[in-house]
Design a binder for this molecule. Structure first.
Ligand code: PLP
Length: 380
């Protein structure tokens, strides 16, 4: 039985366009872009061409607004920690209760260094209210961070509205969005979201792991988090991951070209999955069904079942899925996202995240539901 991979929110298989683009840089084009000889120059050219293409894909005004990082975590850390530390007297941070730990723990870090941190809650629908974000901002705020789509529930956040509400009172505050989970299916441009800082991670859209980028609007200052050889204009030291960057941009272009197809194909798989699952197991509950969600994510709670047991049995039945915040250590921790939405830990312990992606076809949804229903029936 072929495995149905429904854990694209954790990581995606690499797109062929990305692999093909990377191969020369894993072979003869091995140069370090920081040197001056021919091999270095060729690597540097590849980096700068990638920067231009990345800028075009998110509608950045200038290529130098793109900072290559070691992934989404590096981008989020530089955005939150870097902006707070760049502000005089430890600028404060406003963010939401459902952010990825890369944002939340960065906020906790600068809090330990003396910054004030305000965490804005969300409703049962998993969404933050723009006016609550704006109300938390004051003259000491250096950065506001609101994710574009949540990694557990897939719920899309009103980033542009929050940015407008904040700017109407404090025009100079830096607005950051972690768009790591939104990029596959949503239009992600810096103008559309109205942001000054934007994080992306390659391995969530068919690129390699361990590479990402942070967009930093011209004129906004970030204090570096990594210190060393001053690469990326000093904003992110460390030898470039040339193959990774080249692969990321190829995946990014493929993902943008496929975005509408993704929404249709993957959205049909996800919707078919939920319809079929509801028909076969009427007592499931789908998290935030009325909220706008990215096309890929389905978060489902199974009455009376333990998520960890279910995941193991689903794996045996050829379905790869995830629970809670399982991505960091393999252990299933209780979810701060579901807790922020008002769900008890017991209720949250019955939920599984199924995340569809570029490798799925529309019929995968119903096929997956059939397998999930069979496993649930067996356990019960
Ligand atoms: N932000 C979000 C919303 C994520 O889902 C993830 C990955 O799980 C990250 C940030 C971290 O990205 P990376 O794994 O590239 O460090």
């Amino acid at each position: 039985m072929a495995m149905l991979y429904l854990d694209h929110a954790a990581t995606t298989p690499i797109r062929p366009e990305a692999r093909d683009a990377m191969l020369p840089y894993l072979g003869e084009r091995f140069g370090n872009p920081s040197g001056i000889h021919g091999a270095s120059r060729r690597a540097k050219d590849a980096i700068e061409a990638s920067r231009e293409r990345a800028a075009a894909l998110i509608n950045a005004a200038q290529p130098l607004e793109i900072v290559f990082t070691g992934g989404g975590t590096g981008a989020d850390n530089l955005a939150v920690t870097g902006t707070a530390l760049a502000a005089k007297a430890g600028g404060s941070v406003v963010t939401t209760a459902i952010e990825h730990p890369a944002v939340l723990e960065s906020a906790r870090f600068v809090e330990r260094l003396g910054s004030r941190v305000t965490i804005v809650g969300v409703g049962h629908d998993g969404r933050v209210a723009p006016e609550e974000v704006a109300a938390a901002v004051d003259e000491r705020t250096a950065v506001v961070s609101v994710m574009a789509a949540n990694n557990e529930t897939g719920v899309i956040q009103p980033v542009a509205d929050a940015a407008r509400a904040v700017r109407s009172r404090f025009p100079d505050v830096a607005i950051h969005s972690d768009a790591v989970q939104a990029f596959n299916s949503q239009p992600v441009t810096v103008g559309g979201l109205g942001v000054d800082l934007l994080s992306l991670s390659a391995h969530k859209f068919g690129g390699p792991q361990g590479v990402g980028l942070l967009y930093v609007r011209d004129g906004f200052k970030v204090e570096p988090v990594l210190h060393g050889g001053e690469q990326e204009l000093g904003r992110r030291s460390g030898t470039h991951n040339v193959a990774g960057i080249v692969g990321m941009i190829a995946a990014m272009e493929a993902a943008v070209a496929d975005r509408e197809g993704f929404r249709n194909r993957v959205g049909a798989a996800r919707d078919g999955f939920e319809d079929e699952l509801r028909a076969r197991i009427p007592d499931i509950s789908i998290t935030a069904p009325g909220s706008p969600r990215v096309a890929s994510h389905s978060h489902v709670c199974f009455a009376g079942l333990d998520a960890e047991t279910l995941l193991v049995r689903l794996d045996q039945a050829g379905i790869a899925a995830a629970a809670g915040a399982a991505c960091h250590s393999g252990a299933i921790a209780s979810s701060h996202v579901l807790s922020a939405m008002g769900m008890s830990d017991v209720a949250a312990g019955r939920c599984i995240r199924f995340s569809f992606g570029w490798t799925n076809v529309s019929t995968d949804g119903a096929a997956a539901a059939e397998r999930v229903a069979a496993v649930v029936k067996e356990i019960r």
